[in-house]
Design a protein around this ligand. Structure first.
Ligand code: GLU
Length: 475
């Protein structure tokens, strides 16, 4: 594990559920701070809660981080696998007189808590076994190991986000380090792992701020350097209330399914609680260059889906056409439950440049892509069918020979031909009277990108085939 003095950060999720949006932002901040300082970003899976940790959750976290593009350095550390090392540290403290065996029974502890409650004190361990001779231990009780916490003085943390925070040592009771079955507690494991992994900066949600005081006591008792702490405010829902499922406190994979690009989500999450002047769109290189933990705000940031969509729209416009085809084709295939033909994929690639500025998410893009991936016969929707009856259909029948004989198949020539056709009619027609039914015939809908552009991209053969099939179909 790292011995260097440069920055080492870590993301330390508990795999008891998916990688949620708050966790993703914590990971991002740790990642960026490490990249900004030329340090390392490590991943530790805190799988010590054996009942609640699942392999599926571990997989979801790893997939989520990979999808989001937050590559960690080195191997993943699994906390549970290090239990023997955690116990060793507790036994060292015991040997040095900085921890002790506590033989209190569960009933005694309950009585202690109730007494404190009745006296209006916070429920705390009262130090029964702190100075008691273990020789007086009752038979048949397996003891826990408790930390002999300092009782005088205070813990002062110069938190990089929260500022100076302090708590008097007499407010903190003697926490359990090893349970009676010898397994380490979470608080011990975190400190030992952070120390052994050489973590210099602990950047995490401010729900862990109260843990930092006890953790600091343990660092000191062990004679270890205390890392810098940065407790970042949690993300709240648009209404300012704590994020819940109702707000879309979803796993990162739900954002992927909703059609957001990883680059857009990175940019959006970065701006949640951190800023660089007025900059809204921040490239990865700029983020690495500009990010500093001390610029993270102290107020909870609010999730704003409209903002996320607009950032996503930007990244869709910037993405290459090939990349977007790669992204949307599998979505379309899942939706249609059939493969997209090579010809359709080629049409889509050609149409992508004008589809992408119109979409905010990959879902919208996949829907708009229908115009290119649909296979004949095109089935007009209800709106399109209306345009394809009566005068609309008659206009198309009259127009068809002109289109078949058009020498150049490009949007300028197509538009000129249809316009000339409309103007030459008796009485003359507006362009829309012909172009609208044409759109309905070609795309099966009444909204699409500009129809002459669509026809150029589809090509002569496909366009004329769609039109002919539409005109021979029973309406
Ligand atoms: N495992 C903890 C969590 O998922 C984080 C612990 C830490 O960052 O120190 O909330």
């Amino acid at each position: 594990m790292s011995q260097s003095s440069s920055v080492v950060t870590r993301f330390a999720p508990s795999p008891t559920g998916f990688l949620h949006i708050g966790g993703a932002r914590t990971a991002l901040f740790n990642y960026l701070y490490a990249r900004h300082t030329g340090g390392q970003f490590l991943l530790r899976i805190e799988d010590t809660d054996r009942a609640r940790s699942t392999p599926a959750a571990i997989e979801a976290i790893i997939d989520g981080l990979q999808w989001l593009g937050l590559a960690w350095d080195g191997e993943i550390t699994y906390q549970f696998a290090r239990a023997a090392r955690h116990a060793e540290v507790a036994l060292d403290l015991l040997a040095k007189g900085q921890a002790y065996y506590c033989y209190c029974t569960p009933d005694e502890l309950t009585a202690m808590r109730e007494k404190a409650k009745a006296e209006g004190r916070p429920p705390r361990y009262d130090g029964t076994w702190r100075d008691r001779d273990p020789k007086t231990a009752p038979a048949g009780i397996k003891p826990v190991v408790r930390f002999k916490a300092p009782q005088q003085g205070e813990q002062v943390i110069a938190d990089l986000v929260q500022g100076e925070v302090r708590v008097a040592n007499d407010q903190l009771d003697d926490m359990v380090l090893l349970r009676s079955d010898g397994t380490p507690t979470y608080m011990l494991s975190v400190v030992v792992d952070d120390h052994d992994m050489g973590i210099t900066h602990i950047i995490r949600g401010d729900d862990h701020l109260t843990n930092a005081f006890r953790q600091r006591q343990l660092y000191q008792a062990s004679g270890w350097d205390v890392p810098a702490f940065a407790h970042i405010p949690l993300i709240h829902g648009p209404d300012g209330a704590k994020l819940s499922k109702r707000h879309g406190a979803l796993g990162i994979e739900a954002y992927r399914d909703m059609g957001y690009l990883p680059a857009a989500l990175r940019n959006y999450l970065l701006r949640l609680g951190w800023g660089h002047g007025d900059a809204e769109i921040i490239s990865d290189a700029e983020a690495v260059q500009w990010f500093d933990i001390v610029n993270v705000g102290r107020n909870p940031a609010r999730l704003d889906f409209a903002k996320l969509a607009s950032v996503n729209a930007h990244y869709l416009r910037e993405a290459s056409d090939e990349e977007l085809v790669r992204q949307v084709v599998p979505r379309i295939e899942r939706a249609l439950a059939r493969p997209v033909s090579e010809a359709a994929a080629i049409r889509l690639a050609r149409g992508m440049a004008s589809l992408k500025p119109r979409a905010k998410t990959l879902i919208e893009l996949a829907e708009a892509a229908q115009v290119y991936v649909a296979e004949r016969p095109i089935r007009p929707d209800a709106d399109a069918e209306k345009l394809l009856s009566g005068a609309g259909r008659a206009n198309l029948e009259a127009l068809a020979p002109t289109l078949r004989e058009l020498p150049d198949w490009n949007q300028t020539a197509l538009e000129a031909a249809v316009r000339a056709f409309a103007e030459a009619a008796q009485p003359p027609m507006k362009l829309g009277q012909v172009a609208q039914p044409l759109r309905a015939a070609i795309t099966g809908t009444k909204v699409s990108p500009p129809i002459f552009e669509v026809m150029e991209i589809l090509g002569r053969e496909e366009s004329l085939a769609r039109l002919a099939e539409c005109l021979t179909a029973d309406m």
